[in-house]
Design a protein around this ligand. Structure first.
Ligand code: ADP
Length: 202
């Protein structure tokens, strides 16, 4: 770190005071999965459901972050890693402010998901794999990206030219399959876990 930078963490009001104000426990729900697997759909529905229950939530979405904060980054391995590092740092800031954070990024590499976990802290993150096969996602083709990948208009497409690493059997990540369950069921399953986990114990 630069010798002229003097961090002010000690003088800042602690997380507990913030959580007392929001009345909840801050936590990151790190949703990852192929493009079209259902991350944005579920993140949007979850955010609404949580806000209806007076929870404080911040949603961090792939395309939004890439068009602004991370607008300078591409899709090389180095840039993908930096993309995740910045998102994790931002998510951590929100957790420290007593927020529930829902992130929605492809995040295909186990190494980068572990990086996010190490930045945020194991107790403050739940990694949630939004599972759907490449075939299903390419049939949905919500953004027309699978057609472009097929014709070669997009290079380094995740799941085709660039690997998507599914969670290993020993990973503690949650798995939400969007092929076998409706959107409503997926949201309900997620809420059943998220609500008790973010309850503030007095
Ligand atoms: P991503 O954000 O992962 O790229 P989107 O949420 O944009 O994916 O697109 C997912 C598509 O799959 C949407 O058209 C959605 O309606 C559809 N879909 C079908 N079943 C589900 C489900 N159980 N959960 C989420 N999305 C689903």
């Amino acid at each position: 770190m630069n010798e002229n930078i003097h961090t002010e963490f000690k003088r800042m009001l602690g997380r507990d005071s913030k959580e007392a104000q929001t009345g909840q426990k801050g936590h990151v729900f790190w949703m990852y999965g192929l493009s079209g697997s259902g991350k944005s759909t579920l993140a949007d529905r979850l955010e609404r459901s949580l806000v209806e229950r007076n929870r404080f939530v911040k949603l961090l979405d792939g395309d939004n972050v890439r068009s602004a904060l991370n607008g300078d980054l591409g899709f090389s391995d180095v840039d993908r890693k930096e993309n995740i590092r910045r998102i994790a740092e931002v998510a951590k800031l929100f957790v420290e402010a007593g927020f529930i954070v829902i992130t929605s990024f492809i995040c295909p590499k186990i190494e980068n998901r572990l990086l996010a976990e190490s930045i945020i802290g194991t107790g403050d993150i739940s990694k949630v794999y939004i599972e759907a096969s490449y075939k299903t996602c390419s049939e949905r083709d919500v953004k027309g990206l699978y057609a472009k990948a097929k014709s070669g208009d997009i290079k380094q497409f995740t799941g085709k030219d660039s690997d998507f690493e599914s969670p290993l059997s020993e990973d503690s990540d949650w798995i939400i399959n969007t092929e076998n369950s409706t959107i409503d069921t997926c949201v309900e399953n997620l809420l059943n876990k998220i609500l008790p986990m973010t309850e503030r114990k007095h």
